[in-house]
Design a protein around this ligand. Sequence first.
Ligand code: ADP
Ligand code: MG
Length: 836
Amino acid sequence: MQLHTRSETQKLGTQKKLGPGSASNLDTAAQGQEASIMNIEKTGGRFFSGKCSSLPGVRQFPMIQKMVESMAQLQEEKLQLQEELLALQGKLSAQENEELTVSVQLQDQIENLKDKLLAQTQEINRFHSGLGGTDLEKHRDLLVTENERLKQEMKSCEAELLELRKQHVKCVDCEHVQENARLQERLAQLQLEVGEAKGRLSELDLEVQQKTNRLAEVELRLKDSLAEKAEEEERLSRRLRDSQETIASLKAQPQQIKCIIKTVEVESSKAKQVLCEAQSRNQYLKEQVGMQKQVLKEMEQQLQNSHKTAAQLRAQIMLYESELERAHGQMLEEMQKMEDEKNQAIEEAFARAQVEMKAVHENLAGVRTNLLTLQPALRTLTNDYNSLKRQVRDFPLLLQETLHNAKTEIGQAIEEVNNTNRELLRKYRRELQLRKKCHNELVRLKGNIRVFGRVRPITKEDGEGPEAVNEVTFDPDDDAILHLMHKGKLVSFELDKVFPPHATQEDVFQEVQALITSCIDGYNVCIFAYGQTGAGKTYTMEGTPDNPGINQRALQLLFSEVRGKASDWNYVISVSVAEIYNEALRDLLGKEPQEKLDIKLCPDGSGQLYVPGLTEFQVQSVEDINKVFEFGHINRATECTNLNEHSSRSHALLIITVRGFDYSTGLRTTGKLNLVDLAGSERVGRSGAEGNRLREAQYINKSLSALGDVIYALRSRQGHVPFRNSKLTYLLQDSLSGDSKTLMMVQVSPAEKNTSETLCSLKFAERVRSVELGPVSRKAELMSWSSQEHLESESSVAAQPSIRTLSSSNSGAPTGRANSLRRKLQTSGKLRPVPV
Ligand code: ADP
Ligand code: MG
């Protein structure tokens, strides 16, 4: 080393500075060496080292000196190369170490990554197989299971709720179901993301694996090249040692320089060649090292990239984990919420269910009780049913038997009934005879002529003031007695019955209806309404449309009676309506009402009377009656200018004929009911009346007197009854004689201004009634009923005490009053004409 000159050293330093990569400099240096060696050969092959130059021998051999110099230079170069090699080796080893470290680190990382991969794979496997997993997964699985369980529970609750609210409650848990579905969706999404992340992780693992493989390859190659280098180095150093030994031996033997030089020259060329090879080899190694470095760099780069990717993956995993955690938290929260809601819903449902269950229990209890009570009933019903079934089965036989028995029994019964009927019919006929006999006896006892009095109420027509004062009073204990205050004196009268003003049409009819029904049995009946005009005759007989009188009520009664007997009797009811005006009889239902009718004896010699041409209408209902009455009214109205005036001056007759036929006996009956609304009985002042008015009054007076005479004669059972004295009595001859019954309804006004007429009417009534008394009546047989002279003058009435007073003052015998009256009449001896 000490042989190096300053410039050479500098040159070496420059070369050194160029470093292992400056191959061109090395080539240049090698070319320089070759040039020096060529120069040595041209100059006789002399060789000198650096040290030798100072030697006097060297100076003497420039060739050797040059050689030595070139050798020194070569050695220097060799040294430099060795240094460089060492440096390179150091660097290489450092790099190897570094590579080793990096490799170890990489291995570690790979191991870590493998571990993680393994863990991930296991996790994935676990996840896939569902056997175990991380705590999180376990927890999640648990939660999923819990969720499933809760869902099941909720479903059952919902089903229960639905069951309970089937009729009127809709599902309120739809919200929860939706929430649950949403959560499940989210869970599925998260699971999908985890799967994706795992896929990506496995991809990255694969990549890392590939890189590791490549790294291992590169490492292998590096090791090979290092081993080659080491071998080459070994070889070079061995040769160098050999050369150095040779040089040292040459130095030690100068006498042999020439040959040595030669040898050296020869060897030097060889050495040069070897050096060249070594240099080229070195160059190649350097290139290899450079390449390796490049590869290493790339690998480092790749490693860094891997690191980065791993870091990214870790971050992503962290992110996923946090996401998972968050989702888990959210899920827990929602599960809690759902749990709460579920609990609440369950509580509500439970409460509702309890209430409903209570009601159901109550119902059930009721049903149980019903069932308990029904069971015995059911048993009874079953028994009944069974017995009925048996009966139904046995029914045809039983029926036949029963029918046979029944037929026999019915035959017997019919026979018995026939016998009984015959017996009954016999008894009935006997009873009928008896009844008729009894009735006749009763009529005979009661008298077949009865006299009722009816007092109308004070009306507007009576006006006001003293004239309209009520002068009639009644005996509260006896409905047959009334009192009249006339000119300051109280006169009392006794009739068969007295109707006060408040007596209704119904009350009146009640009293007469027995009389009316007797005409169904074939009796003739006459009912007369007697009294002054305005005393209520028409009211009593006809009445008003809404409050009918005797006429209509009598017909209605006859209809109902006939209907009641319809099973045994056939009845035909017919009516005639007539009037007697001025002793002329006219048919009010005829086509020519103005025509005067005659009363004739029947040509059959029966002595019966009949009116040829008198219309007779058959009636069956109230409507028929109303039509007949209306027709009669119309005919009556067309025949006169003033109906009221006319009706008060004429007698109106309603003749009802009831013809009956008894189916069982073949008996035929005919009864006549004559309802007569007489003309006004008031007296017309002698002076005031003339012309028509006078004639009317005379006719009325005559007919009323004739009626009185006839009744008197009948009741006193006189041999001769003067029926022919008036048209009225002649017409009613059949109905007044024999078993016939007569009712005289005497109508009176209670007003003060009418007291005179009232007095007359009542006296007439009482007189008719008093005739009933047998012995006296017989006595009075010779008396004429027309002797109404006491009615003539008020003074005569006023002068006498009342009839009641008279009778009471008598011996007290029931006939005393009438006797005294008749005596008086007889003593008076006045048979004056009827006053008009
Ligand atoms: P007559 O036929 O005797 O001339 P009416 O029957 O025409 O008398 O009666 C005269 C008036 O007195 C009529 O307005 C009638 O309504 C009335 N009248 C008669 N009797 C009664 C009575 N009992 N109740 C009420 N009003 C009666
Ligand atoms: Mg009248």
